[in-house]
Ligand binder design. Structure first.
Ligand code: HXC
Length: 286
């Protein structure tokens, strides 16, 4: 593996652990989700990323494909996750062109800063629709393929772990709703809904070998979300308020993703992995 390309490579990752696997990701051209997918691709997977902006999504797919010689990464743009039929078509294309669909990252989200009394009904609905309905549409479109993938890896024994990894869903949520966050009521409501859905899916689909988990990033440096949502003049105070004393990196979200999708995460189902340096626990005390 050409290590010079992978400054973000973790010393706990093992080359080839996702060989012959396929990851499908909404919001895949964004900073966090593209890094999650890049990690999976570097470790053997092929990928299909979904986005609203065609040029951005296609360019990101090309860029992610450089993570491993021979990697196949499809970028499908002009897809709004609020349109279930478009996601169905994308999942079908992913499985047809790449051979399977083993992992799903429901990462598409919408957000802005506004107090509740200045959020129009349509703005509130837009965020809930993108986050909650979009995640639902994503899971609905990919679930048949994920169930197939899980079935390929399921073993008969009652205590036997699966024979390889597949059939996994990861919802990208947030910590905003744990302690309450000003100017974020819309996304807090939406992410609470996403979390609830993830747990229900875990319980419903677990017997088929599918796992459904949540990753909840805290303040992650150099992301579109932080650039848009956090004012630079507040950053020094924000760093100090994080128990770990710093913002996180996208590589640290990729690390957690690799863990949950790898054999190491076989028995983790219906859980939230918060990756925030302890930030939400001190919210409001910084
Ligand atoms: C108030 C706003 C607004 C703003 C849009 N609206 N921006 N209201 N403040 N800044 C309102 C519009 O006026 C409109 O309402 C309604 O929202 C819908 O807007 P549209 O432009 O029609 O776009 P639509 O595609 O429906 O909505 C998308 C969006 C947008 C959510 C509003 O911001 C978006 O897609 N953002 C890009 C994705 C994004 O932000 N990603 C970052 C996620 S990071 P009216 O009433 O006028 O019709 C993240 C992690 C958080 O979520 C972690 C933080 C630490």
């Amino acid at each position: 593996m050409p290590m010079e390309r992978y400054q973000f490579m973790s010393n706990v990752w093992k080359d080839g652990i996702f060989d012959n696997k396929v990851v499908f990701c909404t919001g895949g051209a964004g900073t966090i989700c593209s890094t999650q997918v890049r990690a999976m691709v570097a470790l053997g997977a092929n990928a299909c990323i979904i986005g609203r902006n065609t040029e951005k999504t296609e360019n990101m797919a090309k860029d992610i494909a450089t993570a491993r010689p021979g990697a196949k990464v499809i970028g499908i743009g002009a897809i709004d996750v609020r349109k279930p039929e478009l996601l169905q078509q994308a999942a079908e294309r992913c499985a047809k062109e790449l051979g399977s669909l083993d992992f799903c990252i429901a990462g598409a989200a919408g957000n802005f800063l506004a107090p509740l009394d200045q959020i129009s009904p349509n703005a509130m609905k837009s965020v809930i629709d993108i986050d909650v309905l979009g995640s639902y549409n994503t899971v609905k479109a990919t679930l048949p393929y994920l169930i197939e993938s899980a079935a390929r890896h399921k073993t008969d024994g009652k205590t036997q772990p699966p024979n390889g990894t597949g059939g996994r869903i990861l919802f990208v949520s947030a910590t905003l709703h744990y302690a309450g966050t000003p100017l974020q009521s819309h996304v807090s409501v939406a992410k609470a809904g996403v979390d609830a859905m993830a747990v229900s899916v875990a319980i419903e689909q677990g017997p088929k070998g599918v796992t459904s988990n949540i990753i909840a990033p805290g303040p992650i440096a150099d992301t579109e979300g932080m650039a848009r949502l956090s004012k630079s003049e507040n950053r020094d105070r924000a760093y100090k308020s994080v128990p770990s004393g710093r913002f996180g990196t996208v590589k640290e979200i990729a690390d957690a993703t690799v863990y949950l999708f790898s054999d190491a995460g076989n028995y983790v189902n219906g859980e939230t992995l918060v990756v925030d340096g302890g930030a939400w626990r001190t919210a409001g005390y910084g």
